[in-house]
Design a binder for this molecule. Structure first.
Ligand code: ATP
Length: 355
């Protein structure tokens, strides 16, 4: 499963308004099972870009491929290619709960698979699976979606997209408007979908902490172009690059950087929350104990002159999801610097062509 865009331009224009170039030549490929965040200042083209991933928008110029299918190439099978793309790449728009419409949660989640013409047994199996994936109690299926909490409604909307059994889930600002607990549990949900269902997750977000928790790769957009594309540990610790895109590094990165600058042996390139925590816990052993504390009474802090100059958490062997593979390899041991109508959009996001 892969989405690839090449030389993608998108110009919005309608009668009476000056044309507006939202994308100005984007090249990007996202492969099976990746966890990618797309970030950038407001108006940089993030939402426009992801709406190309399943053919919801038509390029002004350039090419969009899903699993090697050129979505917009002429040919009689184009409708089939677009329908396939919408099945394989599920789009969850901002505030998706605003587009719930059915009388029951069950019917809402069943909307897209029914629309595919599947028999009711298959529809039921998909609804049950999707509700389980998002952690909704099956009993909620009989309830009106409008009687649920905001966080539950959002899960219903995500289940409605998952019922299409996409291989890639693209979410535009999925935690917007949720309280801190709701945000945390949605981040956990995305990691679980990736881990248990093997779904690629693409997240459009302004929130660096959320991105640090979810993404292993970060694409930065600016003025309709890609300004950077790389491992989260590289992009999220490059303060100058982030500043050019009107973003700040994660607060934890600044904390690790300040500790490293004071000679505490931490690796400031850790960004994933579990890895940051492991780094801090291990580094705490190198900090002077508070007078009167148990550690202070026991004597001098461990380490001292012998304190290793690499990341303190290296020996902890604690790898969070964003610190695997290339991040671990790249960071190990250095300790250095290292719009439209909502219902139509939703139906298109669930695999139904927009009229
Ligand atoms: N339907 C539309 N009609 C006309 N212009 C649009 C439309 N949608 C977006 N634009 C314009 O295209 C540009 C890119 O918008 P887009 O929504 O893709 O950016 P974004 O990075 O997702 O912004 P945000 O972070 O605010 O959601 C902006 O200048 C925006 O005003």
């Amino acid at each position: 499963m892969a989405v690839r865009v090449e030389g993608l331009h998108h110009v919005y224009g309608s009668a009476g308004f000056a044309p507006r170039a939202a994308l100005r030549g984007v090249d990007l490929a996202i492969g099976d099972g990746e966890r990618v965040a797309i970030m950038g200042p407001t108006g940089s083209g993030k939402s426009t870009l992801v709406q190309h991933f399943n053919g919801l928008l038509r390029p002004t110029r350039g090419r969009v491929e899903v699993d090697g299918m050129d979505l917009w190439a002429p040919g009689r099978d184009r409708d089939h290619r677009l329908a396939e793309a919408r099945r394989r790449v599920g789009l969850v728009f901002q505030f998706p709960e605003q587009q719930l419409f059915a009388d029951t949660v069950w019917d809402d989640v069943a909307f897209a698979p029914r629309n595919l013409g599947l028999d009711e047994d298959e529809v039921a199996a998909r609804v049950e699976r999707a509700m389980a994936l998002v952690g909704l109690d099956p009993d909620l299926g009989r309830r009106s979606p409008f009687s649920l909490s905001g966080g539950q409604m959002r899960r219903v909307a995500i289940a409605g997209v998952l019922a299409m059994m996409p291989r890639m889930l693209v979410l535009d600002e999925p935690t917007a408007g949720l309280d801190p607990r709701g945000r945390e549990s949605l981040v956990e949900l995305l990691l679980r979908l990736h881990r248990e269902a093997g779904i690629a997750v693409v997240l459009v977000s302004h929130d660096v902490d959320e991105v640090a928790a979810v993404a292993e790769r970060v694409v930065l957009m600016r003025d309709g172009r890609i300004a950077a594309d790389g491992p989260a540990a590289d992009v999220l610790t490059d303060a100058a690059l982030l500043a050019r895109c009107r973003l700040n590094p994660p607060a934890t990165g600044r904390l690790l950087g300040a500790l490293a600058a004071r000679g505490v042996p931490v690796n400031p390139r850790r960004v994933q929350p579990d890895a940051v925590e492991a780094e801090l816990v291990a580094a705490a052993a190198y900090l002077p104990a508070a007078p009167g504390s148990a550690a202070g009474r026991a004597g001098a802090p461990p380490g001292g002159d012998q304190a290793p100059r690499h990341g303190a958490a290296e020996d902890v062997r604690h790898r969070g999801p964003a610190e695997d593979g290339r991040d671990a390899g790249g960071a190990a041991g250095h300790g250095g610097t290292g719009s439209g109508d909502g219902r139509g959009r939703r139906q298109a996001g669930r695999g139904e062509a927009r009229s």
